[in-house]
Each structure stands twice: as structure tokens, then as C-alpha cells.
Design a protein around this ligand. Sequence first.
Ligand SMILES: O=C(O)CCC(=O)C(=O)O
Ligand SMILES: [Fe+2]
Length: 319
Amino acid sequence: MTATREAPAPTVDPLNPKILRWPDIGLTLILDFISEAEEAAMIEAFYARDPLTNTSDQRNGRRRISQHYGYHFDYTTFGASETHFTPVPSYIEAILPRLPVHDCLPDQFTVQYYPPGSGIPPHVDTHSLFAEPLYSLSFGSAVPMQFRPVGPNDARKMRLPKRSLQTAQAQEEEEEEEKAHNSRERTAITTTTTTATTTITTITTATTAPAQKRDSDDDDKGEEQQAAWDLLLPPRSLLLMTGASRYGYTHAIRPRKTDVAADGTTVVPRRDRYSVTMRKVRRGAEVGCACAYPGVCDARIRAEREAAEREEKELAESK
Ligand SMILES: O=C(O)CCC(=O)C(=O)O
Ligand SMILES: [Fe+2]
């Protein structure tokens, strides 16, 4: 397993020591964003909707479970559905006025439960479909989130003609299985739907046969992986991703049952962790992206593809 560096030192807000910033990449972490009472209410609300009657199975299966609120994503129009809307629970509504970016309030919410051993594969939340600020509110227990600047390998893989569509959960299971088989890994990027309501572009791991020769993928992965670092997300903290951290970094939660503490030796068992991902869905003419990371920008990749198709058609017609 590749050792991961700790997050670079943040800038602490001079007026509020609970606000930590990484201004060069647009990342902010606000500690104690919600109270313990709010946290308890959120956990209760999660189980009220998903009683997990088969809890031991869930735990053994180490499956992430998602609940969706607000506007759903419509794959037929490639935009927000105006008809498919799940009312937003009051415990989420209550925190909206407290969010730091007032002119772009989220309207799509994913509550996720991560039993120990579960995670979310490295991904860049789709650029064109969600507005810039992405929020993740953590509750239940702390977990390290792994950030990694995207590299040429990510861009190359995102342009592979064949993309497999599978759920992030299925990928996680695959990852787990791969680990269990103790095989070597190589990277592959697929476009992934977490559910019918959100899209994330995922950089996932796939297995090569143990006997297979090392290829450039492995080398690329090694290089890119070297730049990865872990940011511990304490319970009740709010993470805000904008700029580079939103458009030009992957983020992931490794599917592990334990983590190594900052001292480098203490093994910390994972506990139940929950999060609320909050995004604003782009609509109509707002769908698109002009970020500084065309390599991993779905809007640019789509435009490239359309241009290539046009060219091909023109060529065929001129024959
Ligand atoms: O659980 C989290 O904190 C992050 C989830 C996430 O990255 C996503 O839903 O896109
Ligand atoms: Fe994400």
C-alpha cells in the first residue's frame, strides 16, 4: 500500500480558528460546523429512512448507502429534473443559511453512510453538471479523505472510447475483492453513476493478472499517487471544495477498516461515518464548464468528441 502524505499545513482564519483554508487550491474545512445535537438528529433521521434491518449484513458487506434529496439528475435531458424532486429534510434546510457561499446554495443532497471498510473511489465530481462549490458535511466519526492532483494519466483514461458504466458501490466491491485476492493494481478511469441522481467521474482501480508485465499505467499511477495526501475530516466538520480542489483534484475515501493516525504508528479503527454531499445542479444554458483542467473536464471531452464526429462525417460526405 502506498504511504500517503498528510495534508499540507492550512492557513488558519485569524478571526476564527475553526476555519482552515488551503487557499491555493480553494479548499476550506470548517470545524464544529454543526452541534452534537444536530449530528445526533441527522443520524437518527438517516436510520428513520433506512432502518438497515439487516445491519450485520450491511456491516459485513461494508457497503456505502446513499439517500438522495432535492432535484434529481435526469439522464434523458442531461440536466436537473424539474419533476423528480425529493423534499429536502428540515435538518438539511436548517444548515443552508449557514453555508459560506450564499449566492450559490445547493439544491441537491446526498446523505451517505459509510460502515467501516467502505469508501468512495477517487473521482472528480462532474464539472459541467454541478456549480463550482461542492460541500461535504461529515458526521458520526472522522475519516481521512484522499486528495490527488489530476495527471496526464487521468486525462488519457477519460478519453478511452469504451467507458464502463457501473455503480461506485460495485467498484468498491471490486476493489475489495481485488485486495482480497492480493493482486497488483493498475488504474483505469470510468464514468460512473453513483445512482440515477448524480454523476461522478471515477478513477478506479482495476486488477491486472499477477503475472502481467508492469505497464505504463502502473508507472503513471505511482507518479500521480505520490502527490496524494490525506485530510482528516472530523465529525461535524464542513468541507468546501472550489477552484483546483473541485476541478483539478480527485477525492476519495479508501475502503479500509483502519487508518494510521498522524503519528504514523497508531492504528485507528474506523467507525460508522456519515456525510451529506451538497451541490447545486446547473440548468439549461448553465450546463458546461470553463475550468483550467480541460484534461478531466467532461464538457471539454464532450466538445472534443463532437468535433471529431463532425470531422469524420464531413470527411465521409466529401468522399
Ligand atoms: O462522503 C464524502 O465526504 C464525499 C462524498 C463524495 O465525494 C461524493 O458524493 O461525490
Ligand atoms: Fe465527490
